[in-house]
Design a protein around this ligand. Structure first.
Ligand SMILES: [Zn+2]
Ligand SMILES: [Zn+2]
Length: 364
């Protein structure tokens, strides 16, 4: 092996990321060593930076890894069908594959699940997150081969795009000709536009703030038929106009923190429509939730947590197809050592610098 240690950024306390050199372990028969090419950054990274995610620190964050297999045990190579030199996208959930939920195919709801990026440095080798040059792939890992010729910044979008497919298409069963309202124009909202468009949704509406102007324009370029600036337009009136008074088939909420969009969703979904909730609200209750509207409109309100293999596969197929100009969504690359700057940029703490999709790119 070329080097005996690898570089990582460790979260040692809320809002404190510190560099560290960590010894590379010997790789067991059922594991692999991943040389990280890119780690996507999303709202979860901001939350983790602020709070530590209620898991012991220090730990290495980074839950959206893309990399190349640098070393692999024979058992793992056989089981995963990959070898040294293969590029892979790594699912962040480590499920037991044995519990009741796992056995019915809902492995993302595994009772015994762990998540890469939230396992303490003190556990074994410590290389459980992708704010690093390397990480160790555990035997429970689910991974997907990816074409090495695609730029890492685009290939690593398997993550937001996977969410787009699961949340905007798979969970609500969006079909050709449907209408969907996507609340929030960040990377996941844009990914939802791309996913909905790919299955032939006829009406794709995206909401955002006035400050989201550039993102809303990007949403249009990806297939949004209408955009709504919720600070200057009345969402109910606009949806009435757009849908001839009927309301939308599906509403997907990906806004972080705000609960107002959920009230709006209940009002603008059509009778018999579906609402998918994927934006987390820090456990705040929805103030004006009127359950009778759910009853009389016979709404289906569905939660969406994480992404599963079918969503990732659709995302990777779309990336491989080259059919969508995904690079337009990518705004920033950062060195691993600059992880804090990446998070603060995404969190709008750097005036004048607006991030849509960004990632860490290790220097090898
Ligand atoms: Zn993420
Ligand atoms: Zn399980």
């Amino acid at each position: 092996m070329a080097c005996k240690t690898t570089f990582a950024m460790t979260l040692t306390a809320p809002r404190v990321l510190q560099p560290r050199d960590i010894p590379l372990p010997d790789i067991a028969d059922d594991r692999a060593l991943l040389r990280i090419e890119a780690c996507g950054i999303c709202g979860t990274d901001c939350e983790q930076f602020e709070t530590g995610m209620r898991v012991p620190m220090p730990h290495i964050p980074g839950h959206e890894p893309l990399g190349v297999i640098e070393d692999i045990g024979d058992g793992a190579a056989k089981r995963w069908g990959v070898d040294v030199g293969d590029r892979v996208a790594v699912e962040t959930l480590l499920s037991c594959h044995m519990c009741k939920r796992c056995l019915v195919g809902e492995y993302h709801l595994c009772a015994n699940r762990q998540v890469y990026s939230t396992i303490p440095l003190a556990d074994e080798h410590g290389l459980w997150g992708a704010y690093a040059n390397h990480m160790v792939l555990d035997a429970r890992t689910i991974l997907h081969k990816m074409d090495p010729s695609i730029p890492a910044q685009v290939a690593v979008m398997y993550n937001p795009l996977g969410a787009g497919f699961r949340w905007a298409v798979e969970i609500p069963n969006t079909k050709y000709g449907d209408s969907i309202l996507i609340m929030g124009p960040g990377q996941r909202g844009l990914a939802a536009v791309i996913a909905a468009k790919s299955v032939g949704a006829k009406t794709i509406i995206v909401t955002g703030l006035t400050a989201d102007h550039a993102k809303l324009e990007l949403a249009k370029s990806y297939g949004a038929t209408h955009v709504i600036d919720i600070e200057n337009e009345n969402i109910r009136d606009r949806i009435k106009d757009i849908t001839g008074g009927e309301g939308v088939d599906t509403v997907l909420d990906v806004t972080p923190g705000a609960t107002g969009p959920i009230e709006d969703a209940i009002n603008v979904a059509r009778v018999g429509g579906t609402i998918v909730l994927a934006g987390v609200k820090a456990f705040r209750p929805v103030a004006k939730f009127v359950s009778d509207k759910v009853v009389f409109k016979e709404l289906r309100i569905l939660g969406a947590f994480g992404v599963t293999s079918s969503g990732y596969r659709k995302a990777i197929d779309l990336i491989h197809s080259g059919a969508v100009a995904l690079e337009k969504m990518h705004t920033h690359d950062f060195a691993v050592a600059d992880a804090e700057l990446a998070i603060r940029t995404l969190g709008r703490e750097i005036p004048g610098d607006e991030s849509i999709h960004s990632c860490l790119i290790p220097e090898h």
